[in-house]
Write a protein that binds this ligand. Structure first.
Ligand code: AMP
Ligand code: ZN
Ligand code: FE
Ligand code: FE
Length: 290
């Protein structure tokens, strides 16, 4: 098997819209040479324990993360949150609320598809998701299986992408609220694949003021000039450039595991910015005084 890069800070498992069990995902990453991997399932930390355990067996450091897809005038602003605690009950309450709205949204999209003559059942979509955080990829797979679209990927453009006939908008967080939520729970937020944002130049100062720490400069779909633009934003706003594959194991979306270069200093830089949060800084100075 061909080797990838050793750091991958953006991967998805069956706990959301990826195709592999968390342990299998980590095993696949390990086999490709990944040594540090963030599991960033949408609106859930449910796969973290299993991924961490697999990582311990395989020599992969697994970072607990999530990806919050937001709803606002800024288009597809997705916020990655690193170093979150799966045992944080208040955070889990917020994530559960987001997952409930995901489920309701997919139900509405199923109704819309049926009204348009594309017969799919919510039961089949839920079977495909296998208990994971529901999303459009599960719907795309159901549409493909039913023969309504020629490929999994084409379901998006023809039926379920924004402005496509069966699209339903999300009830969820704005990008600023997503950053807030992650920071409030001791995590470190990074803006995923920034070029899916509408009017990025306007959002940047606002989201930085809200507490953004990183920007996903290294990404499979970024040609060198897009990475360079992200690096220049990182310098302007003092952000840590992050990166990852966005591997799902479904369709053409994302890169192979470890398929994207991420600088070796990235994880330390993110962790350093985490310690700067007020509560932790206070705890450290109290410790220092004793
Ligand atoms: P959702 O969170 O339900 O709105 O679904 C968004 C997810 O769908 C993204 O995180 C991607 O995994 C996937 N996705 C979005 N757009 C496309 C596309 N054009 N082709 C393939 N996958 C996509
Ligand atoms: Zn996804
Ligand atoms: Fe995303
Ligand atoms: Fe993603």
């Amino acid at each position: 098997m061909s080797l990838g890069y050793p750091i991958d800070l953006h991967t998805h498992s069956l706990r959301s819209d990826g195709a592999l069990e968390p342990a299998d995902l980590v095993a696949r990453a390990a086999a490709r040479g990944v040594r540090i991997q963030a599991l960033a399932d949408h609106d859930t930390l449910a796969g973290v324990a299993e991924a961490v355990a697999a990582g311990e067996r395989l020599g992969v450091r697994v970072i607990a993360a999530t990806e919050l897809n937001t709803e606002s005038e800024w288009g597809d602003a997705h916020i990655l949150g690193y170093f979150l605690d799966p045992a944080d009950a208040a955070l889990e309450g917020r994530l559960r609320w987001l997952r409930e709205h995901r489920g309701r949204r997919i139900e509405l999209m199923v109704e819309k598809l049926n009204a348009l003559g594309y017969s799919v059942t919510l039961a089949r979509v839920m079977e495909i998701a296998q208990g994971g955080s529901l999303g459009r990829p599960h719907l795309a797979q159901a549409l493909f299986e039913a023969g309504h679209v020629p490929t999994y990927d084409s379901a998006f453009a023809s039926l379920i992408a924004k402005d496509a006939p069966a699209y339903v908008s999300r009830i969820g967080l704005t990008p600023l609220e997503a950053v807030d939520l992650i920071v409030a729970h001791g995590g470190v937020p990074s803006l995923a694949h920034p070029f899916t944002v509408v009017r990025l130049d306007e959002l940047m100062p606002l989201i930085v003021a809200a507490g953004l720490v990183g920007i996903e400069a290294y990404y499979g779909a970024h040609p060198p000039e897009m990475t360079a633009m992200c690096l220049s934003l990182a310098r302007r706003y003092a952000l840590v450039p992050t990166g990852g594959s966005d591997f799902h194991g479904r369709g053409e979306h994302g890169a192979p595991l470890g398929g994207v270069f991420v600088p070796p200093e990235t994880v330390d830089a993110l962790e350093a910015r985490r310690r700067r949060d007020p509560a932790t800084t206070m705890a450290l100075s109290v410790e220092g005084e004793s």
